[in-house]
Design a protein around this ligand. Sequence first.
Ligand SMILES: [Zn+2]
Length: 424
Amino acid sequence: MSSSKANSQSGLVRTGNRDFMKEINLSIVINLIRSRGPLSRTDIAHSSGLSQGAVSGLTGELLATDFIREIGGGQSKGGRSPVLLIINPLAGFVVGVKLTEQSIVAVLTDMEAAIVHCTTTLATSLRDPQTAIETIIQTVETTIEESDVPRSKVIGVGIGLAGMIDSQESVCCYSPILGWRQVQLAQPIEQRLQLPVYIENDVNALTIAEHWFGEGRGLPHFLVATIGRGIGMGIVANGQIDRGAMGGAGEFGHITMQPGGPQCGCGKAGCLEALAADQAVVRMACEALAAGKQTSMQWAAQDPSQLTFDHVARAASEGDTVALAILNEAGRWLGLGLSYLVNLLNPQLIVLSGEGTRTGDARLEAASQMMKQHIFDQLDKGLELIVKPLDEEAWARGAACVVLSEVFKHPINRDTRAGLLGVV
Ligand SMILES: [Zn+2]
């Protein structure tokens, strides 16, 4: 199948009429202002190749809809200093939702992904899709209401959740945490809220946030790896999120590192997750207690089920050598896994994030060293590893960025529901 046929069948290509050409030019202007602003009209004409007249017309339309704003003068080469243009952060708002088994966290953000309001709804179980859908709708409504932002200013809702997500079809294909298979999540919520709803794998949503508004801004090749209860990954290659053929790319946690090794939650054995994630740390601590090792975690020897990841992390921070060795071991497995990613994908940057980064140096330093030892010659040149701890709000903000990215995308790649806030 030719690519043009594939695109027209998926509804991504509009006919090449004048409106579409204008939409492309507006997108060029908006993205120049977003990525390099504040800019003068002359700067925009120079960088875009558009004529001064065209830039005046396009920026005039964007000003009329309040999408951009004028701010004070820039550098003048004699005469009157030029007026500069910025994106108006209050031009519109989006809601991002992070869905887990027992909670829904929703944030309302402005156009620069700054959080305006946050709401958390706790639930005993969201494994029933209908319950989850109703709870998401209520949480989004509450978030908008409490934020005091007019509902007419809200342009869409993004939902992030763990698992295999078909974001094109808005279907959760498989979520092990929620026990879902083939759940149509977006459509019923969209109908009730009367807003476009996008769903995305939660780590991909975080990656989109880093790509558009974070550490990966302007980088064509970078990875986001998350560590916590599980291990996940998002891939940006050639400036685009790479989801793979079925939305399943990035199952980094389930690379087999040790055939026949410890049991993993996915049903297989020896996965990276079973050797390096938080539960692996707890397992190793229980094994150390069973072996009678001298440690400040001795209190849990009678009932190891009481031992949590936080206990091990705290013991390590207080200098417990057994806890430190365990985190070191988990870190070394993680670093070996990261070296595979570098050798396969040659990223410029890896953002290491997730709740599991809160343990500080013990695990992460070991990971960094192990990664460096196993990288193919030269591939570490210019490679940056940034550790970025995050909380539930940051996951929800990632989901909000999925909607924002649709607004700012080049029109040919943009979902047709995400117009430019009524500009065209
Ligand atoms: Zn696994």
